[in-house]
Design a protein around this ligand. Structure first.
Ligand SMILES: Cc1cc2nc3c(=O)[nH]c(=O)nc-3n(C[C@H](O)[C@H](O)[C@H](O)COP(=O)(O)OP(=O)(O)OC[C@H]3O[C@@H](n4cnc5c(N)ncnc54)[C@H](O)[C@@H]3O)c2cc1C
Length: 388
């Protein structure tokens, strides 16, 4: 049955998009956010956006997301900047090299715009990249980058314009006898359905309502850095983002980089242990900063990389690396949206739309059904971009 009155918990990219798509469908929506919009993972994300996924359903979600990013670009301060995404394995790393070739074959079957690149072709796509040690590389041209917070803020503004109520600075909880009520400091409010899109806090929130879900928050890191192009005189620091650098994931070295107004954004530093969603180190580790600069300096024809800002944030892992997206208890109106394995922002335009469609009666995605796990599974956290 289609709900008339829905609470969305979480003002990140996923909750913001779901709120907008629900209210556009005529549903009354209240969005609860305990801090500010995009104050958690979304505001800490790198803003790498691509639709290059090997599974059919993932490719469709990726394609739809890029399409919506393009449509929305230019509204408010949100901008989708077209930028090719290159991923590569080094010579001698046969396992990852073969995995890239297999991925590309599978993606092309699903109509994803990707191709394998010979070293000479790679140098053309990415003049600033060191290519002499590359064994296998591919490029996705349906890709781009953005400032993630600007997207979430835009979607929330659009939702408000359509009539959604947005309550920032409002922490809510669920109680053990969940029956559609959201618990606030000063009482309860009842809804036909509650969408829990609370990022790393989702597991804890749902545990209070008596539901165990199979996800673990884990910490990842990123930094921005200015640089000099090789051969340029000292002092000619590049802080623009137009130096012939695409977005790159070096699967062998296990890091990614992308152009950024400060120069570069470099990321990874995945800590493959479960993190407490409240107690975690917000700053980057010095070892991550040192190794990120070293690896990026090796991969690019730049020197003098100097950090502008370095930080950490939380992602959410699941046993099979697929999201937990769907009804946990449809009769009582409890819906969950988490477990993005480091790819929640780039997929949020399509995920939010799927949430709205499912709440309005359309079928969900079986492979993402959150009840496929009991929540008691033992599993290891695997870095989201890993090529294997
Ligand atoms: C360093 C880093 C780089 C990343 N890079 C990328 C990238 O390039 N591309 C990509 O796709 N993904 C990236 N990710 C992952 C991405 O950030 C997440 O997948 C995505 O932002 C998840 O969005 P969300 O809306 O589910 O969660 P969040 O953005 O975390 O939003 C959840 C919101 O719920 C709120 N909340 C929690 N509990 C409550 C409560 N009790 N009451 C009210 N509100 C509550 C929180 O305050 C938060 O704002 C990166 C992550 C990090 C940390």
């Amino acid at each position: 049955m289609r709900p008339n009155d829905v609470a969305v918990i979480g003002g990140g990219a996923v909750g913001a998009t779901a709120a907008y798509d629900l209210v556009r469908r005529g549903v009354r929506v209240t969005l609860f956010e305990r801090g500010g919009i995009a104050g958690e993972s979304t505001g800490r994300a790198a803003g790498v956006l691509y639709g290059a996924f090997a599974e059919d359903r993932d490719a469709a979600i990726g394609r739809r997301s890029i399409e919506r990013f393009r449509e929305l670009s230019g509204e408010g301060d949100f901008e989708f900047r077209e930028t090719p995404y290159v991923w590569l394995a080094r010579e001698g790393d046969e396992r990852r090299g073969e995995a890239i070739e297999t991925q590309v074959r599978r993606m092309r079957v699903h109509g994803v715009d990707v191709e394998l690149l010979a070293p000479g072709e790679l140098a053309e796509v990415a003049p600033a990249l060191r290519t002499d040690d590359v064994g296998a590389a591919a490029v996705a041209r349906d890709a781009g980058r953005t400032d993630p917070a600007s997207y979430a803020r835009l979607l929330v503004r659009k939702a408000e314009r359509e009539g959604a109520t947005v309550r920032t600075g409002t922490t809510v909880s669920l109680d053990a006898g969940f029956d559609g009520a959201v618990v606030l400091d000063d009482g309860q409010e009842s809804f036909d359905a509650v969408v829990v899109a609370a990022g790393a806090h989702t597991k804890r929130l749902l545990a209070d309502a008596g539901h165990r879900i199979a996800t673990k928050p884990y910490r990842v890191q990123a930094l921005t850095a200015g640089f000099q192009a090789r051969g340029e005189p000292n002092g000619s620091r590049r802080t623009t983002d137009d130096a012939g650098v695409p977005m790159v994931y070096d699967a062998t070295a296990g890091f990614y980089l992308r152009p950024h107004p400060d120069g570069l954004l470099i990321g990874d530093g995945t800590e493959e242990v479960e993190s407490d969603p409240d107690e975690w180190e917000r700053g980057a580790d010095p070892e991550f900063v040192e190794s990120a600069l070293e690896r990026a300096g090796e991969r690019l024809a730049v020197e003098g990389l100097a950090v502008e800002e370095a930080w950490a944030g939380l992602c959410t892992a699941t046993p099979d690396r697929n999201p937990l997206l769907g009804w946990l208890d449809e009769d009582r109106g409890l819906y969950v949206a988490t477990g993005w394995q480091g790819h929640g922002f780039m997929r949020s335009p399509a995920l939010g739309e799927r949430i709205a469609r499912e709440l309005c009666g359309e079928p969900g995605i079986d492979a993402f059904d959150p009840t496929r796990f009991t929540g008691e599974e033992e599993f290891a956290i695997v870095e989201g971009m890993a090529v294997d």
